[in-house]
Design a protein around this ligand. Structure first.
Ligand code: WT7
Length: 658
């Protein structure tokens, strides 16, 4: 987003104060800010003890002596699955629905806390039977079916570490993630339902494991979801439904230390290799439970919560699995796409289950806006009382539409800023407390310290812009990058190390403060794109492109897109021997498929331009800014630092002709 548009955004005058009736029963109060300000660590210690069951209490809240490697509640012991399941049953809430599951074809299942607990116990016994124990890594590649949640919790229950891989990733991506974490077990399904069809999953797992050197994977556990045909490797592959019958129903949750790893989740960075973001248990669960309860005003006895994210992303980990279940919430889990079999499917689900709290992404809201309000207007959405947004900046028009059309003109909207690395929400309004402002994520949640800094590490004044930084450690912070402590330091902590005398976390986002001190997010400041709220790396897509034999060189940029926020646009130079044999259209069609195979359909470029040159500085750095001008159809900016200033003229002439 350019600075001019942000300037005009900040002249957004609309304000939405909480209503007196909402505030009267709100979970959050302004006292939380005062308590956290008075003693941040005491605040988190209290939250942790109030929100979680500790098998063994902790004596130290934070150990930051080996910064930036944090240890929270380190001598405490807990079991994450026990916190999400058993204790609710023991408290007499076993009959409460944990999950209203809705399959895309319309099949559905209501699962109570007692039933979910029973399923996870069996699955935990199955993992043990398959040799999975404390610290072992399990890759999970599943559609949005109850077994996805059951698998994650079962892994957590036995102290193992899950690495969930989004079902849209290709065999290649799956393989590199399985390898990086040396997973012993892969849990997958025959397929899942997507857009009215069976989308097979097992072939990608077979493909990922087909190549040599897969010593780490011992078994593949396969859930039967769609009954589509699958290839079978005897001895390695096992059916979930058969195996689960062979194990005991009882399982006692063992307590693990608070810094026991819980999961690895891969996310794109500025290099070609995705980073395995590592999260642990005690601090993570504390902050996801705290934010889920306070940011969404959760009243677990009466609310029906729905977060539309896939469990393959951090939002699914924190706000489908761990936050809601730790809080004993009732939630909806939906397998399919928003427009199958009709464009009102989401609104129909809200009506069917009486959803009260709804959490989704701006890209979805914008695509519904395009379809028109008649669709949501034909459903009863009056149960909704809190709406959330996550993944990218939400433009004020979409924010206001969301509130008016989906929220009936009265629901508070919480725009939540956070990242895979932060584990939980960091910046957000609190419903019932904050006067909301369309387009701004506004304020750090209680217990979180965030500043907007200039390059010298100095906080910018009200009205100024700079880099978003987290200035104190927080409970759900990443504990590192799997197997790469140096990259962890370099990526997040080196930025301000030279200018500040304490460790400060660099988020990679640009931000501005308005006159009230509210935070406005401006998008990434690095070579990371945000497509439909999903993070993609320019370098990763570039290396996928150059891995194709016809490609000599490539440059990828994120171009503004009305619906997806940004879209992937690639510029490619073909190897000279291929230039004559391939028309640009053929080459770009071929390469779009190639990127899908290498990374996944989410990374497939919207457009690929076949060019003869790329704009480079004299030191050989590609000037993406200029390519972005071309991709967004703007006049080309300053070209004076180019090694060859005629290059951009040649590229834009060629493109306007083609
Ligand atoms: C990046 C993190 C956190 C779950 C989804 C994405 C952008 C996220 C917002 C927001 C403006 C946002 C940032 C951030 N982002 N939420 N409310 N307003 N930007 O997780 O894949 O780790 O991506 O998403 O650029 O750095 P992720």
């Amino acid at each position: 987003m350019s600075n001019t548009s942000i300037d005009s955004l900040q002249h957004e005058e609309r304000r939405f104060p909480p209503t007196a009736s909402f505030s009267a029963t709100a979970v959050a109060t302004s006292a939380l800010y005062d308590e956290a300000k008075a003693d941040r660590l005491a605040f988190w210690a209290r939250q942790s003890r109030d929100l979680l069951h500790w098998h063994k209490d902790f004596t130290q809240t934070l150990d930051w002596s080996n910064a930036p490697f944090a240890r929270w509640f380190a001598d405490g012991e807990l079991n994450v699955a026990y916190n999400c399941l058993d204790r609710h049953v023991l408290a007499g809430n076993g009959d409460r629905i944990a999950i209203h599951w809705e399959g895309e074809p319309g099949d559905s299942r209501d699962i109570s806390y007692a039933e979910l607990t029973a399923e996870v116990k069996r699955a935990a016994n199955l993992l043990t039977k398959l040799g999975i124990g404390k610290g072992d890594r399990v890759a999970i590649y599943l559609p949005m079916i109850p077994e996805a949640v059951v698998s994650m919790l079962a892994v957590a229950r036995v102290g193992a570490v899950h690495s969930v891989i989004f079902g849209g990733f290709s065999a290649e991506s799956l393989r590199s993630r399985i390898d990086d974490a040396s997973a012993k077990l892969v849990i997958t399904a025959d397929g899942g339902w997507r857009k009215g069809r069976v989308s097979p999953l097992k072939p990608a797992v077979d493909g990922a494991l087909a190549k040599e050197g897969d010593l780490s994977v011992e078994h593949v556990l396969v859930v039967k979801r769609c009954d589509n045909d699958v290839e079978w490797t005897e001895g390695r592959d096992l059916w979930w439904h058969e195996e689960i019958e062979t194990v005991d129903a009882e399982h006692e949750a063992e307590a693990f230390e608070a810094e026991q790893p819980l999961f690895i989740l891969y996310t794109s960075g500025t290099t070609g290799k995705p980073k395995g973001i590592l999260h642990t248990t005690g601090g993570y669960l504390t902050q996801v439970a705290f934010t889920h309860k306070n940011v969404f005003d959760l009243h677990p006895e009466t609310d029906v919560y729905w977060c539309t994210a896939d469990v393959g992303w951090i939002t699914g980990h924190s706000y489908v699995v761990y936050g809601p279940l730790a809080n004993g919430a009732t939630q909806v889990l939906y397998e399919g796409t928003p427009d199958t079999p009709h464009p009102g499917r989401w609104w129909e689900i809200i009506q069917k289950y009486g959803v009260t709290i709804f959490y989704t992404a701006p890209t979805a809201i914008r695509s519904f806006m395009k379809l028109g309000r008649e669709i949501p207007d034909s459903f009863d959405l009056s149960s909704l009382r809190v709406l959330g947004s996550v993944g990218e900046p939400i433009n004020p028009e979409a924010w206001v539409w969301y509130r008016e059309v989906i929220g009936g003109g009265s629901t508070p909207i919480v725009d939540t800023w956070w990242q895979t690395e932060t584990g939980a929400i960091m910046i957000s309004a609190l419903p019932g407390v904050t006067i909301t402002k369309p387009g701004s994520a506004q304020v750090p949640v209680p217990g979180i310290t965030i500043e907007v800094l200039d390059e010298a590490g100095t906080p910018v004044p009200a009205g100024g812009g700079g880099l978003l930084a987290v200035t104190e450690p927080w409970p759900s912070m990443l504990r590192g990058i799997w197997g790469d402590p140096e990259r962890f330091k370099e990526t997040y902590w080196d930025k301000f190390a030279a200018v500040l005398d304490k460790p400060v976390y660099f988020a990679g986002d640009g931000a501005r403060l308005d006159e009230d001190g509210d935070i406005w997010l401006l998008g990434r400041v690095d070579d990371v794109m945000n497509v439909s709220g999903h993070r993609l790396s320019t370098a990763e897509i570039e290396s996928a492109l150059v891995s194709h034999p016809i490609v000599a060189e490539s440059a990828v940029v994120g171009a503004a897109d009305e619906t997806t926020g940004q879209a992937v646009v690639a510029f490619v130079i073909l190897r000279s021997e291929h230039v004559e044999h391939q028309t640009p259209d053929e080459a770009s069609a071929l390469l779009r498929i190639h990127v899908s195979e290498q990374i996944g359909a989410i990374a497939r470029p919207r457009e690929i331009f076949i060019v003869a040159e790329l704009p480079k500085t004299r030191s050989g750095k590609i000037m993406r800014r200029l390519l972005q001008d071309v991709a967004e159809g703007r006049a080309i900016g300053d070209t004076t630092t180019l090694a060859d200033t005629s290059v951009m003229q040649i590229i834009s002439d060629k493109l306007s002709k083609g």
